[in-house]
Design a binder for this molecule. Structure first.
Ligand code: ADP
Ligand code: MG
Length: 695
């Protein structure tokens, strides 16, 4: 690179004005490395070359030409002032020069490279590598310190963090801001803020500094200081282009270009002898880290900005988050509740016994006439017992009577059952014995009671064994021979005390009829239930001459109950999901507000070289953070609910699964991405000029 060596040599000879003992640009030279763009440029191409440039604005139905056929060439190292009346097109020209805006037609070459066909990210790269912007109103980010503001361009250029900070601190030091490095813009005067913005412009090398009315908002002393710094930079080789309407400012430039109504009406050299122009200093500053590490650096910046934004509007963030918290908590709780009831129901239906058919009189469940149908009799049960596909049969009858032991009385279910009943139902004997076929034949007054009945009748003496005691069932004295566990649920389950007597006893002593309430058939293990069902139906129709009974199949019941529970659980969960979607819409809404509030910041970031993806990333991270934190809080809330429910001993059981919790976290992240995408995408599509102009 002969051009570079020449530049260094000339720098050695020239006697740059110094600030604090060091030349600004010399300081930077230490870390100055040529970039690809420098090698791409044609050897003798002027730094800036504009031909036939036109910029039109659409205003309603009219087209306003802000620039009309502008031809302009600016060499490296020049200091140019662009002057003209308000509305003459100065800012428009400046924005096009800085690649913030594109011409409607015409050609713009930077160091020989045509910009017309470049995409938004390539223009961002040009801005990063070649330009530094100084705005009239500084455009610093209020959440960041002076140092943080200066660092930003290097973040997007991919400079390693340590190098970035050293360089930013050194720049601020040279600009006399060493003791203000950690101040925020709000704590700085206008002149100091403008110096921070100069440092920011120089961060990536500052080959071309573009200043739009840089002294416009400053008092005269700060303005003078500002111009001195620009002079100094120019002396060190930086190309400086200043837009101004102040003649005294323009007078300091070597070249003054005057615009009127979008046309250049004069382009003159100043009377003061121009300084020998320095050679072009193409390229940025510092060694960019590897692409991967640079991406991590940009992610960290985006993350930091997202958390700043969240903290800046704490209440708003919290309220938005609340939507997600409630949604996630609802989903997790509902899924847990669904799982809890499913397991409860499963436990219940397992107590229905294995593979049984239950024959009832009547046409179907709830047939009001079934009580009058008396055709289902013990002989049917005996006939069924003969069938090869039947493992066991028990007839049942039932009634309610009062139970009495000494002075203790309770109402109870009196079940008249066959000796195989406990076998068929799978009921467990806890104490004593069960009655046998002989008890049925004898119409024995032997009674088996369940735990509930024991608790009710022997409450006075809980430790005592009830076996051998005599109780009154209705007014029939019966001897307790066994204690069984209470029926766990399903059909015939009851919270009432239940006692079991031989069905013959119940028929003879209580009902005075031979009709049965039901016959329960346990199907042989090797017979499919539906075959047995068909066979039992056929047999009973044959015996009765008509179908005056119906058969419940526990398998079907099990399936129906399971299905119903699952449908219910899904229904509840889908309502919870709706609340989650509502939360997501809240996030989207607030993100749209957040983006519109920070349009200006987005513009500044784009001006210093942020890619569209950088902007997208920043807002997407914000949305995901809100949702993720909301999700974690939601899970905590759901677990809290579970603990409270457990303490209250409600009939609900909440069973949390790790899967549902992981799903909730994934879900909340997805909501952030899905509902944050639109606002973030909108932000990334903003036109930098439009964004910068917005207040
Ligand atoms: P200056 O900076 O010299 O005051 P500008 O470059 O801002 O002038 O504007 C030049 C002309 O273009 C003006 O007539 C202005 O009204 C018009 N103009 C600038 N920006 C827009 C825009 N975004 N939409 C429509 N017209 C615009
Ligand atoms: Mg202007």
């Amino acid at each position: 690179m002969p051009a570079r060596r020449a530049s260094a040599a000339r720098h050695g000879r020239s006697d740059p004005i110094t600030a604090g003992g060091f030349a600004l640009v010399d300081t930077l030279q230490a870390v100055d490395v040529p970039l690809a763009s420098a090698q791409r440029s044609a050897p003798d191409a002027p730094l800036i070359e504009i031909r036939g440039l036109r910029r039109e604005y659409q205003s309603g139905d009219d087209t306003i030409a802000a620039l009309k056929d502008v031809d302009l060439t600016i060499a490296a190292g020049e200091m140019v002032a662009i002057v003209g009346a308000s509305g003459s097109g100065k800012s428009t020209l400046m924005n096009i020069l800085g690649c913030l805006d594109r011409p409607t037609s015409g050609s713009y070459r930077i160091a020989g490279r045509e910009t017309a066909q470049l995409g938004p990210d390539e223009l961002a790269e040009l801005r990063r590598e070649h330009f530094g912007f100084i705005f009239q109103r500084y455009h610093l980010m209020s959440e960041l310190t002076a140092l943080g503001n200066v660092e930003i361009p290097a973040v997007y250029a991919g400079l390693p963090r340590a190098e970035r900070q050293t360089r930013a601190a050194r720049l601020l030091d040279r600009l006399g801001m060493a003791d203000r490095v950690h101040h925020r813009p709000g704590q700085l005067s206008g002149g100091q803020q403008q110096r921070v913005s100069i440092a920011r412009a120089l961060m990536n090398g500052g080959e071309i500094v573009l200043a739009d009315e840089p002294t416009g908002a400053l008092d005269s002393r700060s303005g003078e200081e500002m111009l001195r710094i620009l002079d100094e930079l120019n002396a060190e080789g930086t190309t400086v282009i200043i837009v101004t309407h102040d003649a005294s400012v323009a007078a300091r430039a070597q070249r003054i270009i005057e615009l009127r109504d979008g046309e250049i009406i004069s382009d003159r050299r100043n009377a003061t002898p121009a300084r020998p122009s320095a050679a072009p200093r193409l390229g940025g500053a510092g060694t960019p880290s590897t692409p991967w590490r640079a991406a991590v650096g940009r992610f960290r910046e985006a993350f930091r900005m997202a958390s700043f934004a969240m903290r800046a509007h704490g209440l708003r963030t919290f309220l938005t988050m609340l939507g997600i918290v409630i949604g996630i908590a609802a989903v997790v709780c509902m899924v847990a509740l669904g799982e809890g009831s499913r397991q409860k129901v499963l436990a219940n239906i397992s107590s229905l016994g294995t593979n049984t058919l239950e024959v009832f009189p009547g046409l179907n469940f709830g047939d009001t006439r079934s009580g009058r149908i008396r055709t289902l009799v013990v002989a049917d049960a005996d006939a069924l017992a003969q069938q090869p596909y039947v493992a066991a049969v028990t007839p049942t009858v039932s009634t309610t009577r009062s139970l009495r032991y000494r002075s203790t009385e309770a109402n109870g279910m009196v079940n008249g059952v066959g000796d195989r009943y406990f076998d068929v139902k799978g009921t467990k004997l806890l104490e004593g014995r069960l009655f046998d076929a002989d008890s049925v034949k004898r119409i024995a007054q032997d009674v088996v009671i369940d735990e509930t009945a024991r608790d009710a009748l022997f409450a006075d003496d809980p430790g005592k064994s009830p076996i051998g005691e005599v109780i009154l069932v209705g007014n029939v004295p019966s001897r307790i021979i066994g204690l069984v566990q209470k029926q766990q649920g399903g059909f015939g389950s009851s919270a009432n005390p239940s006692v079991y007597l031989p069905y013959s006893t119940v028929q003879a002593r209580f009902l005075g009829t031979t009709a049965l309430r039901s016959i329960t058939v346990r199907v042989a293990d090797d017979t499919p239930t539906d075959l047995a069902l068909a066979a039992v139906t056929q047999l009973l129709i044959q015996r009765h001459g008509t179908k005056d009974f119906f058969i419940l199949n526990t398998d079907d019941i099990r399936k129906t109950i399971t299905q119903t529970t699952e449908i219910l659980a899904m229904l509840i969960a889908s309502i919870a999901v709706i609340s989650l979607v509502v939360g997501g819409i809240g996030v989207m809404n607030i993100m749209l507000v957040s983006v519109s509030e920070r349009v200006n910041e987005i513009g500044v970031r784009m001006a210093v070289g942020a890619r569209r993806s950088d902007i997208l990333q920043q807002f997407l991270i914000e949305a995901v953070l809100v949702c993720l934190i909301g999700g974690v809080l939601g899970i905590a809330l759901a677990l809290g609910f579970g603990a409270v429910f457990a303490m209250l001993e409600t009939p609900f059981t909440l069973i949390y699964s790790t899967a549902s919790i992981i799903a909730a976290v994934v879900c909340s992240t997805l909501i952030g991405v899905i509902f944050g995408y639109l606002p973030a995408h909108n932000a990334s599509l903003l036109d930098p000029v439009v964004a910068l102009a917005r207040d």
